[in-house]
Design a binder for this molecule. Structure first.
Ligand code: SAM
Length: 265
């Protein structure tokens, strides 16, 4: 399957020009082969989105900035990354071979799949509760020829109790899934001791941070950082919020499916 993913105003611009610009500003230069993979991913996303509700963002420019570049900003919060306060925002990323990453509530693959395309050495698990979405993810992972990617259909509250997943990940990423307190109940049980959860967020976050910090402490975590991310002209201000996993998550968490969202910690 393939779909035309460009608008008339873009017809004369180089392929994926906003993605490459954003990646350069971040300090994650992409090779031609990686840009090809992003292009195919965008085409498949738009094509499948006609039948499966994967995203409201379907324009060629928006997919590049709001999905691909936004997802790549997660690297700013990865362990061992040297950050700078002006572009390129990342000085260096350490080798990530053997690092296990899970994306909780990944939907159409964000932020997990862009991270994998940019740094293929990571081992990635994509988790979503909606089977139609994970079917798309299985398709796109195969189409892009990506290895070391597992696609899991299930609710985070259940998967985080499965010994195959509980406390197994170095990095747990998530975007646009739930408020911080609920999200941390999904994510922190999946992180190894010494690992971390990274939530991409935007908007007014004071109240969320207050309740979120309480939840983080109850779940064996410690609040890490709130890293502001802005790429003028490409991405408005947003944040990568981190929590470090410093102790085992008590066995009572996460609570039954639905409870973390209905009664946030
Ligand atoms: N992270 C993607 C993004 O930023 O484009 C998708 C965001 S979408 C608004 C939220 C996704 O989280 C949906 O695909 C939904 O099925 C999934 N989700 C919500 N609650 C979940 C849970 N408890 N366990 C697993 N997936 C969940």
């Amino acid at each position: 399957m393939s779909a035309e993913v460009h608008s008339s105003s873009e017809a004369n611009s180089p392929r994926m020009h906003l993605l490459t610009k954003g990646a350069d500003l971040l300090g994650i230069p992409l090779a031609e082969r990686q840009i090809d993979l992003f292009q195919t991913y965008a085409e498949e996303l738009v094509d499948w989105n006609r039948k499966v509700n994967l995203t409201a963002i379907t324009g060629y420019e928006d997919i590049q900035t709001k999905h691909f570049v936004d997802s790549l900003t997660c690297f700013l919060a990865f362990p061992g990354v040297a950050r700078r306060d002006h572009p390129p925002l990342i000085g260096s990323i350490p080798p990530l071979a053997g690092i296990r990453v899970i994306d909780v509530g990944t939907g159409g693959g964000f932020p997990g799949l862009p991270l994998k395309i940019a740094r293929p050495e990571i081992s990635l698990t994509l988790l979503d509760s909606v089977a139609k979405k994970t079917k798309f993810l299985e398709h796109v992972v195969q189409k892009l020829g990506l290895t070391w990617v597992d696609v899991v259909t299930g609710r985070a509250e259940e998967i985080a109790r499965d010994p195959l997943h509980r406390e197994r990940y170095d990095v747990v990423v998530s975007r646009a899934v739930a408020e911080l307190a609920t999200l941390m109940e999904y994510c922190l049980p999946l992180a190894k001791i010494g690992g971390r959860a990274i939530a991409l967020k935007k908007g007014a976050l004071e109240e969320e941070l207050r309740t979120g910090q309480k939840a983080i402490n109850l779940l064996g975590g410690r609040f890490g950082e709130m890293i502001p991310v802005e790429l003028p002209g490409l991405l408005e201000l947003r944040y990568a919020i981190t929590a470090e996993k410093v102790a085992p998550t008590p066995a009572s968490y996460p609570r039954r499916p639905g409870v973390p969202a209905k009664k946030p910690l």
